[in-house]
Design a protein around this ligand. Sequence first.
Ligand code: DHB
Length: 403
Amino acid sequence: MSAPEVTRSRTTVGIVGGGPAGLMLSHLLDRSGIESVVLDLRTRDQIENTHRAGILEAGSVDLLVDSGVGDRVHRDGHRHEGIELRFDGHGHRVDFEALVGESVWLYPQTDVFIDLADARERDGGTVHFGITDPTVEGVTTAAPTVSFTDAEGQRHEVTCDYVVGADGSRSMCRHLVPDDVAVHHFREYPFAWFGIMAEAPMSAPELIYAHSAHGFALISQRTETLQRMYFQCDPYEDPSAWSDERIWERLALCTEGDGFTLHQGPITEKVVLRFRSFVAEPMRHGNLFLAGDAAHTVPPTGAKGLNLALMDVKVLHEVLERAIRSGETSALDEYSPRALERVWKAQHFSYWMSTMLHTMSGEYSAFDTRRQVGELTTLVGSEAGRRYLAEGYTGWPAPRGGA
Ligand code: DHB
């Protein structure tokens, strides 16, 4: 049988990865009159049905609203003006609005994806989901190519000016940066999250981050009737070893005190989420740019992952627009340092929230647990401490470009 014919085409920006980062970049470029082609190994259905975090920083919501995809976040999202930190059996509210004049929005990543995928479809964007055999070549030349087989079996070769790797934590594009150029920073943690989705009423109007001798727990929400919660577990925990009853018992132990009641209901999903901190530097090599999880992973405490990915593409869109529309190619040099400044702030924030709130087992655990309560008591008892948390949680302003 002869090989199927290859369809050859040209675009300005080839985007590998059609999650929120890739689609947001394609959407922003389109609004600047710049063509792109997006491809993803996963089907749209697979992406839509993988539950991820649910908190958007103020700046992420601004990006959705300012670029014309913010209708649903304002209609169906929930604005949260603070969080509760819970330890030693007492809750302490951190009032973001009062401290820094900002809020966050509870709006799941899957919905951000749906809004962007719908917008790309409505605006006639070229997005190929469910592709196979992607290859990227020539990223240090003036005409890199992205090749793949589409869901119908047709092979494509797209010649681009720039390639963006927004292809997630198992990124293929990341490996196109040679070993003698790339620096990979990596940290693992001795704990993980057991995540559940439960058909139950809300237990609290805002998120509760709880530190307890039984471990960390996070009470989050999705809708009036569907709740998202997490509790600390071993990284190698088997989700099927946990009955609904055992899960509710653990969550109640981690959050007890002050008359708090956890509203229970049937559990519809059980997953274990491993913790990793990872950064690949630099985020640019020749005409290849890495964005989102392809370049960095944060532990989930504080929900920075999606927000960082959106801020990467905000900066990337700006420098690409300057390079492509104004011929200012030196703008491209700004991408990696500007994106990395925020990446490392978020790395620290996520590391800090994680290590402050999770309990350790072993020799020093009693010391550490008491010390953590000391840290949390200091934090909530000081306006400067609460403001530090509020600034990081709601998101720092984007690093400024130019000289
Ligand atoms: C959620 C996840 C997080 O990691 C977090 O810090 C807050 C909320 C969530 O899934 O709702």
